[in-house]
Design a protein around this ligand. Structure first.
Ligand code: MN
Length: 510
C-alpha cells in the first residue's frame, strides 16, 4: 500500500455528490482589470457547460443592464448547467435576477463585525431580518436560493450560526460559507466546516479566496469534512489573488482522492486558454495543471525517465487535461538530443550549420530561456537559409486620417518580386495598415496574426515603440517577429513582415 492509499483510508466524511459552482463569470470578472463582453461570457459559459460543471454563476444582474442582457442570452442557450445570478439581500437586486430569467439566486449579506459596522451599519438583528426577508422573497418567486454570509470566516461563530439557522428556517436551499478575504487555514477550515455540516441539515457550499495561496487546500479540506459544493473559477481568477481554481480542485479530487466528478477534464487546458485570452490574464508558466511548464521537461535525466515511463516525473498525464508534454532544449542539451530532434523534423544541417544551431540553443539556455520545438525549427531553418530571403517587402505606405472618418491605409508590398497595392480602413492607423497587409497576402500566403504586443520603450511622444508579434499558419507553424521604430505604425508593419518572412521560410523548407 503506498502512502496515498493510506491517506485515502483515513476516516473522511465526503458527500455522495459534490457540486461544482463556477463563478468565473462573476467573481472571476471582478479580477482587477477584467471586463467581459456579453459575447465573451457566452463563449465561456458554453465551454463550462460542455465540460459538465453543475452551476455557472453568470453575473450580478443588479449591477448593470449588460449583466441582465448576458444572463438572458446565456439562459436562452438552454444549457445543461444551472445558471445562477448574484444579488445582495435587497428586493431590487432579487428583482434584477428574476428579470434576467434565472431561476437560481445566490444572495448574500455581510455578517462580520467589520461588514456590519463599517459597510452596512446594521445591527445583528437587522442583518438577520434582511437575510431572512431576502430568502423568503426569492423563495416566494419560485427561485432556488443559495445564501452566503459574506466574510463568514471573520464573523463571531455564535452569530454566524444564528444567521444560518434563521435562513434554514426560511427554507434556503444551500448555505454558502465564504472566506471573503482568504484568511482560513486547513486546520480552521476543518473545525468550522465540520461544525457547520454537523449542525445544519442543508447542503453546504464553500467560497474560498486565495490570499495566502490556500484556497484549493482549504476547499479540499471542506470537502473532506462533508461540504457538498465548491465555488471555483477557471485559472483561479477572482478578486485580488482570486478564488479556488477549477482545474486544481477537479484534478486533485480525481488524481489524489480518486473522486471523479464526471467532468470532461480533457477540456481544462483549452478552457484555461480561452479564459486567459478573453480576460487578458495570462497564467504564469508554473501554474499547476494548465501552466506552460506543467508537462515540460528539459533534456537530461528527467527526459530519459519520461521517455521510458511518463509517471517517473509526472503525477498525471497531460492528455487527462488536454495539455501536451513538451521536451525542450536548453543549456543542458547535448549534440545527441539535438541530432535526434532535427531528425524528427527532417532537417538536414551540415556540420557548420549544426554547430551554429547548437551554440544558439546553448546561449538561449544560458540566458534562462527554454527552446521549444517551434523555436528549434525556426532557428534551424533560418540557419539553413543563410542568405535570409525576404519574400515580402514593403515598398510604399500612406495613411489618411481625420475627424469622424475611419483612418485609411494604403500599402504597397512586393511579394516574391510582384508588386501589389491596396487600401483598407480600420479602427486606427495600425489596424488599417495591418488590414491592408492581410488583404494583400490573403490570396498567396497562409497566415494569421496570432498575437500583437506594443510597448513604448521610454517615455515621451518620440518614444521608441517596440512591437512583438506571432503569426501562424493552418499547419500549426508559428514564427515571431519584432521591430523597433519611432513610428508605431511602421514598427507594427515591420514586425508583422519580419514574422511573415520567417513563416514563409519555414513553410517553404518543410
Ligand atoms: Mn468572492
Amino acid at each position: 500500500m503506498d502512502i496515498m492509499e493510506q491517506i485515502n483510508n483515513e476516516n473522511m466524511n465526503i458527500a455522495d455528490k459534490i457540486y461544482i459552482f463556477d463563478t468565473t463569470l462573476r467573481d472571476g470578472e471582478q479580477t482587477p482589470g477584467v471586463a467581459l463582453t456579453v459575447d465573451d461570457k457566452i463563449q465561456i459559459a458554453q465551454k463550462l457547460n460542455n465540460m459538465g460543471v453543475d452551476k455557472i454563476e453568470v453575473g450580478f444582474p443588479a449591477s448593470s443592464d449588460g449583466e441582465v442582457e448576458s444572463a438572458r442570452q446565456i439562459k436562452s442557450m438552454d444549457l445543461d448547467s444551472t445558471l445562477v445570478g448574484l444579488a445582495r439581500s435587497l428586493k431590487s437586486d432579487i428583482d434584477a435576477v428574476i428579470d434576467s430569467d434565472l431561476d437560481y439566486i445566490h444572495t448574500f449579506i455581510g455578517t462580520s463585525p467589520l461588514h456590519r459596522d463599517y459597510k452596512l451599519k446594521k445591527s445583528k438583528d437587522q442583518i438577520i431580518d434582511s437575510a431572512v426577508s431576502a430568502v423568503e422573497y426569492a423563495k416566494d418567486h419560485g427561485l432556488t436560493v443559495e445564501f452566503s454570509a459574506e466574510d463568514a470566516t471573520r464573523t463571531e461563530k455564535d452569530f454566524l450560526f444564528d444567521v444560518f439557522s434563521a435562513v434554514s428556517d426560511a427554507k434556503v436551499d444551500f448555505i454558502d460559507v465564504p472566506d471573503t478575504v482568504g484568511v482560513l487555514t486547513p486546520k480552521d477550515t476543518r473545525l468550522l466546516i465540520g461544525d457547520v455540516v454537523k449542525t445544519f441539515n442543508i447542503p453546504i457550499s464553500v467560497h474560498f479566496h486565495n490570499d495566502f495561496g490556500l484556497a484549493t487546500a482549504n476547499t479540499l479540506t471542506a470537502i473532506e469534512c462533508g461540504a457538498n459544493q465548491a465555488h471555483v473559477t477557471v485559472n483561479g481568477l477572482g478578486e485580488r489573488t482570486g478564488n479556488c481554481s477549477l482545474e486544481e480542485l477537479v484534478m486533485t479530487l480525481k488524481v489524489a482522492y480518486g473522486i471523479d466528478l464526471g467532468l470532461d477534464t480533457t477540456r481544462l487546458y483549452s478552457l484555461s486558454n480561452l479564459v486567459g485570452r478573453l480576460t487578458g490574464v495570462k497564467m504564469p508558466v508554473n501554474k499547476p495543471i494548465v501552466g506552460d511548464n506543467a508537462f515540460t521537461h528539459e533534456s537530461g535525466i528527467h527526459v530519459h525517465g519520461i521517455l521510458n515511463n511518463s509517471f517517473t516525473y509526472e503525477p498525471m498525464s497531460p492528455e487527462m487535461v488536454g495539455h501536451s508534454r513538451r521536451i525542450v532544449l536548453g543549456k543542458h542539451t547535448g549534440a545527441n538530443s539535438l541530432r535526434s530532434k532535427l531528425k524528427e523534423y527532417h532537417i538536414d544541417l551540415n556540420e557548420k550549420q549544426f554547430e551554429n544551431v547548437l551554440s544558439q540553443i546553448k546561449s538561449l539556455g544560458d540566458s534562462g530561456k527554454i527552446v521549444t520545438d517551434d523555436d528549434l525549427v525556426a532557428i534551424a531553418i533560418t540557419e539553413l537559409s543563410s542568405a535570409r530571403e525576404t519574400p515580402v517587402v514593403i515598398t510604399g505606405m500612406s495613411i489618411s486620417m481625420g475627424a469622424n472618418v475611419s483612418p485609411t491605409a494604403t500599402v504597397k508590398l512586393e511579394i516574391d518580386g510582384v508588386e501589389k497595392e491596396t487600401a483598407s480602413t480600420g479602427v486606427g492607423p495600425i489596424d488599417a495598415s495591418l488590414n491592408a497587409i492581410r488583404h494583400l497576402l490573403q490570396e498567396d500566403i497562409d497566415m494569421e496574426l496570432e498575437e500583437y504586443n506594443l510597448q513604448a520603450i521610454n517615455g515621451g511622444t518620440d518614444a521608441l515603440a517596440e512591437v512583438f508579434v506571432i503569426t501562424s499558419d493552418s499547419h500549426g507553424n508559428r514564427s515571431t517577429g519584432r521591430s523597433t521604430n519611432q513610428d508605431i505604425v511602421m514598427a507594427s508593419i515591420l514586425a508583422v513582415l519580419d514574422s511573415i518572412n520567417k513563416l514563409l521560410i519555414i513553410q517553404r523548407a518543410l
